[in-house]
Design a protein around this ligand. Sequence first.
Ligand SMILES: [Zn+2]
Length: 418
Amino acid sequence: MTPRLWAVVALGGLVIALLVAAALLVPWHRPPAPRPDQLAALRDLPAAQVSRGRAFHAALRPGSYGALAVGLLVALVLGLTPLGARLVELGGRPFGDHWVARALVGGLAIVLVAELATLPFAAWRHTVMVKYGLSTQSWSGWGVDVLKSYAVSAVIGAVALLGFYTITRFAPRWWWAFGAAGAAGLVVLLSFVVPVLIEPVFNKFTPMEPGPQRTELMALAERDGVPVRDVLVADASRRTRAVNAYVSGLGPTRRIVVYDTLLREAPPAEVASVVAHELGHAKDRDVFTGTLIGALGAAAAVIALYVLGGWGWLLRAAGVDSMGEPRALALMVAIVSVVGLASAPVQSLVSRRVEARADQHALELTGDPATFEAMQRRLSTVNLGDPDPPRWEYLYSASHPSTVERMAAARAYARGER
Ligand SMILES: [Zn+2]
């Protein structure tokens, strides 16, 4: 068998593994959230709040979709014409066209061009957030965040680029196998290190102050049978008024984080409801599931890129000889961008199902649907949410059930529907 045939077989195996993992680990069954309850919940929300949330999202839309469109356009122009390959060559020129310089300098130049092209849209979104009072950040604070995220991308990108092109150089026929293992390993590594190395670049995390609220939350975790060392508080108020909480990390780096804004805005019972939702993520090992699916997907993507490298017309369009050379990076970015945009609805669907299960967990753990519903109303009000967003946008990009769905789920739970 040739390396190419082995690659096709391995790709088939990974796709099957991905489908099996998704079938077994994603909670496809959705807890009831009847539409009549959703409409009743919508009527119960103050009309002024609903229209303000809708106006906010309408104002954000040109920035969001403009960035998507321009990002895709830039990726396609660089990847499907020889422009991207030329940019990579240019990056290597001051260093005698050495492959390491092409991989690192040229590769990071491709990433930077794509980022810079969408920067004006990010700035536009920032002005909207300031106008609506959601952002508390000055332009300098915002600019520092942009620079920090570029720096983080550059470090991770440099490791990935250098690793990948070392492999393609020294194993020209089998790089797909080592590359797939490396990509999967990088996804797993990032899940472990993001909470301890990357999140602290943007926020300060402090253990929650000892007191009745902390005692109550730790007791809640104990009752749930989820070992939690600490609840961390993030200083989110430095950039936003929005309230939120999340779980990140794996094993020894797993943590539950609440925004300081949440502790300020919400009464203790609602904070407990939010934490109960996060405990649901921890108990159902949602970070592990996401990491496993991400790792399998990354490995499959590397092999798929190798297989696509057999399509002569793609290589000719990009003006390159093989998928494994640094000059073909823009072509890879273009393919990954198209697949990413096309698969967004599936990723959103999976995320919504996982989130609905965590909501159900919060309802069961607290046994308090009234507080859960009050918390959802507060989240939507403070975060300027659209409680019942347009169907197309919901299907394309909503990572969570809508506010009215979550309120309806609480009402169905209160009636004993499971
Ligand atoms: Zn969640």
